[in-house]
Design a protein. Structure first.
Length: 279
């Protein structure tokens, strides 16, 4: 009987998303999540047909980083500031490069029209060429050992290098740009995943890049393939909800993610963990 084709998809397992003291955008329990992923690969490597790793890959000047924006006082926004289309229209926040104002209006309008995440400012993170861009050390060891042991290649998928758009999901940017194929749907990755019998998914953060990657896979791979997706719940963690200075909730990411899981389970996605799947 032919061996099942198990593909592992690891979302943004990078230093800046780990819970290290100097990580730029730490996700709680990120290191433990990736340690479990590393253990799974080490124990079950010979049963894994392919591994895909997405890598958030930014430059400092990016639409989701503070330096891109200024207010009327010439100050940059702080991390977790939410910028709406109305904020741009009313010049509460404007691009620090004035020539980008029309794009900022277009981008925020597209996000709101598509009911995407509200545009949020993050600490500069996963900057190309820095330690923050590196794969978490224990997982990286497991990946390197898998490659040498199985004589195989990791499919590294970079995303986020276009400074004009956010790129949460591993298959396409939040707002794909017609002049940049790198922001458009990754049909090559979809084709590989269609050949899989099981698609195991983990990585950071559950509420953002993992959630969006799985949604993009499910919405484009064909509904009959959604039942192949296995969400490794012990290899991912949500970003906490965002509150204002008074403690009022602005965005409750854990609740939104929990509702999303229920919706995806109705479509066929299976929630499991890095040990239970193999038993």
């Amino acid at each position: 009987m032919p061996r099942r084709k198990v593909h592992v998809v690891i979302i943004d397992p990078q230093y800046d998303f780990m819970d290290n003291k100097d990580s730029a955008l730490a996700v709680p329990k990120g290191n433990a999540d990736m340690d479990r992923m590393a253990t799974m690969i080490a124990k079950n490597g010979k049963k894994i047909a392919d591994i895909h790793v997405t890598l958030d890959s930014h430059q400092a000047f990016h639409i989701a980083h503070p330096i891109f924006w200024v207010n009327k006082q010439g100050k940059n926004p702080g991390p977790f500031t939410v910028i709406t289309k109305d904020d741009v229209v009313n010049e509460i926040w404007t691009p620090s490069v004035s020539a980008l104002r029309e794009h900022a209006l277009f981008y925020t309008a597209q996000l709101e029209a598509g009911k995407k995440y509200m545009h949020t400012i993050w600490n500069p993170h996963c900057l190309i060429g820095t330690r923050g861009h590196n794969v978490q050390v224990n997982l990286n060891d497991a990946l390197q050992n898998w490659m040498t042991g199985e004589l195989a290649l990791i499919d590294y998928v970079t995303k986020g290098s276009n400074y004009k758009v956010e790129h949460f999901g591993g298959l396409q940017a939040e707002v794909p740009l017609p002049d940049d194929p790198g922001t458009q749907l990754n049909t090559s990755l979809l084709g590989m995943l269609r050949e899989a019998d099981d698609i195991l998914v983990g990585g950071e953060a559950f509420s953002h890049c993992l959630k969006e990657t799985v949604t993009q896979i499910a919405d484009n791979i064909g509904e009959e393939h959604v039942k192949k997706i296995r969400l490794l719940k012990d290899c991912t963690t949500c970003i906490a909800k965002i509150t204002d200075a008074a403690g009022n909730t602005i965005v409750d990411f854990p609740s939104i993610t929990a509702e999303w899981v229920k919706k995806m389970e109705r479509r066929g996605l299976v929630v499991t963990d890095s040990e239970a799947f193999w038993n």
